[in-house]
Design a protein around this ligand. Structure first.
Ligand SMILES: Cc1cc2nc3c(=O)[nH]c(=O)nc-3n(C[C@H](O)[C@H](O)[C@H](O)COP(=O)(O)OP(=O)(O)OC[C@H]3O[C@@H](n4cnc5c(N)ncnc54)[C@H](O)[C@@H]3O)c2cc1C
Ligand SMILES: NC(=O)c1ccc[n+]([C@@H]2O[C@H](COP(=O)([O-])OP(=O)(O)OC[C@H]3O[C@@H](n4cnc5c(N)ncnc54)[C@H](O)[C@@H]3O)[C@@H](O)[C@H]2O)c1
Length: 620
């Protein structure tokens, strides 16, 4: 029934959709097999994309030709740039999303992508011969062949959901679990582990009293994720903030003895940074309240996501506790919160291309690698799709560096250090975060997407022009002065001290709280020079003026570091040849097979002295 495909992608979640699109856009014939075509790109939990460090990832995927940014823009119901009061390395775009529209837009985008076929079925096994994958087996009894496979099973592998003492198999609420794949991979020699995550209850917005909550609107001038010409949504929906209190906590505690977490029924480790409400009450006992974001699930639905109230306590306890939250007195629940345990594969079993070391042409991406989050999943899918295509066509692999992207940081962390708990991206994980900003993702990465063939000449040209225009503007501000009489009323309005002599615009922009847009309003020459420039170009120039010296220092550090980072180690390097490294280092080096000295230096158990010895040997 099926002819042989170049690539089969298993699972149409955030990872699977990006993997299928990327490989197909590069020219591979792709079959996307997913259990339920009605849940393509389903957001399992929070209807939101981006946020701290995650927003940067969405921008990076977009800059290289992925779809997540475009789809998010098309389904945004509220946009905020988080951390705007901090430096630009911390600015993080975050959008509240219309859950149903997001899924619909992804499906439409895949339907419009030539080379992507879709098939609704469950994959129950892999076709493997001589340690190479050549296809999959499905629950309808089919064997479908391909040259490579990307597995993106999310939370579905042997998934078990918990609500209080109730326990049932499933990959996500109202969806079946996936069996067979873990068992086969373990039999073939891979190691599997268990993790858990959870989600809050959804409630009927018609039963809430919003007058008792704080309104939270998005940005006055909202931005967007994609560097393409997607529209900025000017309309937006409001979110609200409310708080738990002592009574809520006491009520929740009544359910603790039936909690699957506290009674030890859940064994898998959950995300430390996104604890359930029962975890928060337990771990932060001194806090008498916790913040709850009340978030609409879309433009046209009354369904509300209760962000901050993730729980797996019995549903009646959830209901009683919810009704003690201000504004929720008459709350009706649509569905209870639950926890889910699932299998993952420790990602140290992968190479930096996300291909498994054990089975050739088998790639793993998304939550199956121990991560949590749509954005983390999407970027891995994108990279796995690209690398699968490159591999089967004997083209170069795409390995992102820690100094060029969050994607590079994420994959290097996973593959080199592994993870024992669900891995979530943070700005603090990126040592060069000053350079890895959301504003310059296009400048950093569009050339890579272009070289692959995912970014058009036109799009790259736009980026080149943006950089040139921003540089020209910076140069202009160095030579163009501003009169005290023009500047001082503006400075007073901004709470910045008055000038006592005329200065160059460049030095004025160097002040905190003073931006190019403020000066454009009072300087005719600057207004003239910026006529026709878009806001992003002006912002790029401003960021350069304010932070140039920091960026230069960081770039010097990167250049020095790259000398070591890029020293290549051959995949078949024999560590037994080196007698003077520790036994632990030797074992870990054999296991991880680092590709560079830099990667080797980040393996836990490999000490600086091991690295010095290794450096001598690989230079021989
Ligand atoms: C209850 C819960 C709460 C979560 N909370 C959040 C949150 O608030 N925010 C957040 O960022 N992340 C959250 N996560 C994690 C987030 O959903 C995942 O990180 C993200 O969706 C992972 O994307 P993925 O593509 O790896 O997998 P998924 O989105 O889970 O997609 C997997 C896909 O594979 C399909 N599939 C699985 N097995 C097979 C098979 N054998 N054959 C065919 N198809 C198969 C499934 O049908 C599904 O379409 C939560 C997850 C769950 C389940
Ligand atoms: N259940 C899980 O297993 C799991 C795992 C990881 C992440 N998550 C979820 O992923 C989501 C993303 O993670 P995150 O930590 O970046 O959270 P987030 O994006 O929801 O929040 C990041 C920051 O954004 C702000 N924010 C939150 N909600 C907002 C709203 N409605 N409007 C405006 N600003 C808001 C807050 O300042 C918050 O600190 C979270 O909602 C979390 O629940 C869940």
């Amino acid at each position: 029934m099926f002819s042989k495909y170049d690539l089969i992608v298993v699972g149409a979640g955030h990872a699977g959709c990006e993997a299928a699109a990327a490989a197909a856009n590069l020219g591979s014939s792709v079959l996307l097999i997913t259990m339920n075509m009605g849940t393509i790109a389903q957001m399992s939990c929070n209807p939101a994309m981006g946020g701290v460090a995650k927003g940067q990832i969405v921008r990076e995927v977009d800059a290289m030709g992925g779809y997540s940014g475009i789809i998010s823009d098309k389904s945004t119901i509220q946009f905020r740039m988080l951390n705007k009061s901090k430096g630009p390395a911390m600015w993080s775009p975050r959008a509240q999303i219309d859950r149903m529209r997001f899924a619909e837009e992804w499906r439409l985008a895949l339907e419009r992508t030539p080379n992507v076929d879709m098939w609704q079925d469950s994959v129950i096994g892999l076709l493997v011969k001589d340690n190479t994958i050549y296809g999959v087996k499905t629950s309808l009894g089919m064997e479908i062949e391909s040259r490579a496979v990307v597995l993106t099973n999310g939370t579905f592998l042997n998934g078990v959901m918990h609500i209080g003492e109730k326990k049932f198999g499933g990959g996500r609420t109202a969806e079946r679990a996936s069996t067979g794949i873990t068992e086969q991979l373990v039999e073939l020699g891979m190691e599997a582990g268990r993790m858990k995550t959870g989600t809050p209850p959804r409630v009927d917005g018609r039963s809430l009293d919003y007058t008792k909550m704080e309104e939270q609107w998005g940005d006055e001038n909202p931005g967007k994720f994609s560097f393409t010409d997607t529209e900025v949504s000017t309309d937006q929906r409001c979110c609200w903030i409310t708080y738990t209190n002592g009574d809520v906590h006491e009520t929740l505690k009544e359910g603790f003895e039936k909690s699957p977490m506290f009674t030890g029924r859940i064994k898998g480790l959950g995300p430390r940074y996104c604890p359930s409400i029962e975890d928060k009450i337990n771990r932060f006992a001194e806090r008498d309240r916790h913040q709850i974001f009340v978030e609409p699930e879309g433009w046209n639905t009354c369904e509300i996501y209760v962000n901050g109230f993730s729980t797996s306590l019995p549903e009646d306890v959830q209901q009683r506790a919810l009704q003690l939250i201000p504004g929720f007195e008459n709350a009706k629940m649509f569905r209870p919160g639950y926890a889910i345990e699932y299998d993952f594969f420790p990602p140290t079993q992968l190479s930096l291309t996300l291909e498994t070391k054990l089975i050739s042409n088998l790639f793993l991406a998304g939550q199956i690698n121990g991560t949590t989050g749509y954005e983390e999943a999407a970027c891995q899918g994108f990279m796995a799709g690209i690398n699968a295509h490159q591999k089967i066509n004997d083209k170069h692999e795409l390995i992102m560096k820690r100094s060029d992207s969050y994607i590079g940081v994420l994959i290097d962390d996973l593959v080199t250090k592994g993870t024992e708990e669900p891995y979530r991206m943070f700005t603090s994980r990126a040592e060069h975060r000053l350079l890895l900003r959301q504003d310059n993702a296009d400048i950093r990465l569009s050339p890579i997407g272009h070289e692959l063939g995912l970014i058009s000449d036109e799009r790259l040209e736009k980026v080149t022009q943006k950089v040139a225009a921003a540089d020209a503007l910076v140069k202009f501000t160095r030579s163009q002065g501003i009169e005290m009489a023009d500047a001082n009323p503006m400075l007073e309005g901004l709470g910045s001290s008055a000038l006592n002599q005329n200065v160059k615009i460049h030095s004025l922009v160097g002040r905190p709280h003073v931006g190019l847009q403020d000066i454009i309003k009072v300087s005719k020459p600057l207004a003239e020079a910026t006529k026709g420039l878009d806001n992003e170009t002006i912002e790029q120039a401003e960021i350069k003026i304010k932070y140039e010296s920091y960026f230069e220092k960081e770039n010097e550090i990167v250049a020095k570091m790259l000398k070591m980072e890029d020293k290549e180690i051959k995949p078949d390097f024999d560590y037994n040849k080196i007698v003077s490294i520790s036994k632990e280092a030797r074992e870990k080096l054999f296991k991880i097979k680092p590709r560079t000295l830099g990667q080797a230096s980040r393996i836990s158990g490999v000490s600086p002295s091991d690295i010095s010895v290794l450096m001598v040997h690989i230079s021989k």
